[in-house]
Design a protein around this ligand. Structure first.
Ligand SMILES: Cc1ncc(COP(=O)(O)O)c(C=O)c1O
Length: 405
């Protein structure tokens, strides 16, 4: 049994399962290595907190000097509570209401508008303000169709052909465009797509039309391997291309601007493991089905995107290998963490580790079937700490009772 396996079983026994476990050192390492890959002096990393908003992770990254990419008023408020100054956050939401615009504006966080309608609205509400504008890079990329955000089929960003209208709105309301933003998609394992987006955006920026720029933000999307045979991008080479493209632009622009990225998955995905315990086994005419004590609302990516999450049977790593469906405890047939997955023999009581569970797993969770979200633990320098306690059934019921309690 290796170190990782015995530690994880120890945590499962100490805290109970289901349980999310995060490796704080790996999160720090991933954050830091971005600065070695992309050697631009004014590089700013705005962690996309939608990937995982656990406050201990936010504080860890805050201490490292990260900024935050935020997408809702509550994310902004949580970021502030976690110690991030407003200047270190950017607000990039969709379909904002007037109330939301006012609420975020009050915090002092710079707002990024991705539609002409909302830019116009913001301009008339707050003329003379600083603003960022999200453009659509006209590149389709991302691991699943649902997480491709560029191109004409998606709801995100202002088309490059509409830049004259952006400038007209900015001029009429005296808006100072200090940032240009784009995000191509999530889980991009093809660096050419990101570089193409960069070129498309930068080619569209005429320096005289955007004289007040402080930064250009190219979003997140850096992919990480999920399947054993997924190839990790050569980030060192990718980083050099990024720097070359951006420095050529800055020479044309006449000023060294901030180069921003907003990775979420890259920083936290691999640092997370979701621990579940097997409590049921069936042999359905030869189809082996292993039932565990969690379900898709607690880790939805396999059901939602058909995403692959690697799994280990921690309790029986050397067992004879069989093919299983790993299913959850929710009343839906699609409630599967894995379908026809080869794993060492699974027995009742075995602990399974679901890997790469740091990004968009807890964060996309819910309490469908009224099963409370699990606890989260962070491990740093060999020490584990509860990062957030899951609610008990009674606490969840109290919440549900609300005003009628
Ligand atoms: C605007 C924006 N920035 C950053 C991200 C983070 O993407 P990822 O976690 O793939 O790096 C997203 C994710 O969808 C996003 O929409």
């Amino acid at each position: 049994m290796n170190q990782d396996t015995s530690n994880l079983i120890g945590l499962a026994e100490k805290y109970g399962t289901p349980l999310y476990v995060y490796d704080g050192e790996l999160i720090r390492q991933r954050y830091r290595e971005l600065h070695t890959f992309i050697s631009w002096p004014k590089l700013r990393i705005y962690y996309a907190m939608k990937a995982n908003a656990n406050v201990r992770i936010l504080k860890l990254l805050g201490k490292e000097g990260a900024g935050l990419d935020t997408v809702s008023p509550a994310e902004v408020l949580l970021g502030l509570r976690a110690g991030f100054a407003p200047e270190r956050m950017l607000y990039t939401a969709n379909n904002m209401t007037d109330g939301e615009i006012r609420e975020v504006r009050k915090t002092g966080v710079l707002m990024n508008f991705e539609s002409l309608v909302h830019l116009e609205k913001f301009g008339s509400m707050f003329p003379g303000s600083e603003v960022c504008v999200r453009l659509n890079p006209d590149v389709m990329a991302g691991y699943f169709d649902k997480i491709k955000t560029g191109g004409a089929l998606t709801k995100f960003g202002i088309l490059l052909q509409d830049i004259p209208q952006v400038l007209d709105i900015a001029q009429r309301h005296r808006l100072n465009i200090v940032g240009i933003h784009e995000h191509t998609g999530s889980g991009i394992n093809n660096s050419d797509a990101v570089l193409q987006s960069m070129r498309n955006i930068l080619d569209a920026i005429i320096p005289e039309a955007f004289p007040g720029l402080r930064f250009v933000d190219f979003g997140g999307g850096f992919g990480v391997p999920y399947k054993p045979d997924d190839r990790r991008i050569d980030y060192a080479t990718f980083g050099r291309h990024i720097t070359d493209i951006f420095s050529a632009f800055c020479r044309r622009y006449g000023k060294e601007l901030e180069l921003c990225f907003e990775p979420g998955k890259y920083i936290v995905a691999e640092a997370g493991t979701f621990l579940v315990q097997v409590n049921n086994l069936k042999d359905n005419r030869g189809r082996l089905i292993a039932g565990v004590n969690s379900g898709f609302p607690q880790l939805i990516r396999p059901m939602f995107y058909g995403a692959y999450h690697h799994m280990d049977n921690l309790s029986n790593p050397g067992g004879k290998r069989n093919v299983y469906d790993i299913v959850g405890n929710i009343c839906e047939t699609g409630d599967r963490f894995a379908e026809q997955r080869e794993l060492p023999e699974i027995r009742i009581g075995d602990y399974l580790a679901i890997r790469n569970a740091g990004a968009y797993c807890y964060a996309m969770g819910g309490v469908y079937n009224l099963r409370p979200m699990p606890s989260e633990v962070i491990v740093e320098n060999g020490k584990d700490r509860l990062a957030r306690r899951g609610l008990t059934n009674s606490e969840l019921v109290e919440q549900m009772m609300g005003e009628s309690a």
